[in-house]
Design a protein around this ligand. Structure first.
Ligand code: ISE
Length: 329
């Protein structure tokens, strides 16, 4: 049986999920796309039905599973509606606008009695992060002492608000660092460079997370790095280290130089991750569970909670201690 997928949002991410479900993921097919702009919905949907009403799409009888890829602040309500309709939902990050809203989602899932939510922290499926993770888990290098993350975008979109450096970009490092280190964090500090104006993003940010297991995580978030999209990680351990290789598969030797190209943005850089994530999500729906590597509603909550504390650290200039609640189910 093939699962009928409905997608909410036909912007960059919605269109990419639509392309993946239409042509690159087995066991599912695209049945509907909803967007406030019908022309954009039509382009992403190809032959599938279009709608301008996300709730109508969620409740459509042919929609068996939902992907939420609408603007960040709308995620929570659509995820709740999908849970109430009893439908598995893959939600682009962040899971909801606030950590409080994420807790409402966790409660709704509990009431439904099934794990229905996969939060789209797709780096967990990226082959490079997976190899790094496997090397760390093999144990030869010993415990991680410090994880250095670098998150550079070529340019911030003009609709980015100052907080989005954290709530839309840094949340990836929160999720992937928790996944790689298998620990929670106890404190966060931020040093910023750039603007003092609240309406203009300070850029870059240097964020330090202190882990409960003693490790440190340093992250540079630089939204206007200018030269390309560049995500990198290096773990320094007790007996050695492991770091990502070049962003490109090949480099060109020409006229005295060795040049490797950077991708323009996350879509080409994480093309494999998005495809493997969507396939894992569909496979898990067929098996009636959540994929073992998926970022769950709890993980989505943790990313949003730590993001809020990171913003507090940034705005107050203080080291903020985290009160991480224990997962209860
Ligand atoms: C964007 O929304 C993403 O999810 C990308 O993966 C991230 O690198 C970028 O900074 C975000 O704005």
């Amino acid at each position: 049986m093939s699962i009928g997928v409905g997608i909410i949002g036909a912007g960059v991410m919605g269109a990419d999920h639509a392309r993946l479900i239409r042509s690159h993921v087995s066991g599912a097919h695209l049945v509907a796309v909803a967007d406030t702009d019908p022309a954009r919905a039509r382009e992403a949907a190809a032959d599938a039905r279009i709608s301008t009403d996300p709730l109508e799409l969620i409740n459509g009888p042919e929609v068996q599973a939902v992907i939420v890829a609408s603007p960040d602040h709308t995620h929570g309500d659509f995820v709740l509606a999908a849970i109430r309709a009893g439908k598995p939902v893959l939600c682009e990050k962040p899971l909801a606008a606030t950590s409080e809203d994420c807790l409402r989602i966790i409660d709704a899932e509990r009431t439904a009695g099934r794990k229905l939510v996969h939060t789209g922290y797709m780096r967990r499926y990226d082959p490079t992060y997976r190899e790094l993770n496997a090397t760390l888990k093999a144990g030869t290098l010993g415990k991680v002492r410090i994880l250095h993350n670098q998150h550079r975008n070529r340019v911030a979109p003009d609709w980015f608000t100052p907080d989005m450096a954290v709530t839309n970009s840094f949340v990836h490092e929160i999720d992937i660092s928790r996944w790689l280190l298998g620990t929670e964090f106890k404190a966060v500090t931020v040093v910023a460079c750039g603007s003092d104006r609240p309406d203009v993003a300070a850029d870059p940010l240097l964020i330090t997370l202190e882990a409960e297991n003693g490790a440190l995580v340093s992250t540079e978030v630089f939204l206007n790095a200018g030269y390309g999209y560049h995500v990198h990680a290096e773990a320094v351990c007790e007996r050695g280290g492991v770091r990502m290789g070049q962003p490109a598969l090949t480099s060109v030797l020409f006229e005295g130089s060795d040049r490797a190209a950077f991708p323009a943005n996350w879509i080409p850089r994480f093309a494999d991750a998005y495809r493997l994530q969507d396939q894992a999500w569909v496979n898990a729906i067929h098996s009636g569970s959540l994929d073992a590597d998926a970022s769950s509603s709890w993980d989505g909550y943790m990313a949003s909670y730590i993001a809020e504390k990171t913003l507090e650290a940034f705005k107050t200039g203080q080291r903020i201690e985290l009160q991480v609640p224990r997962q209860t189910g």
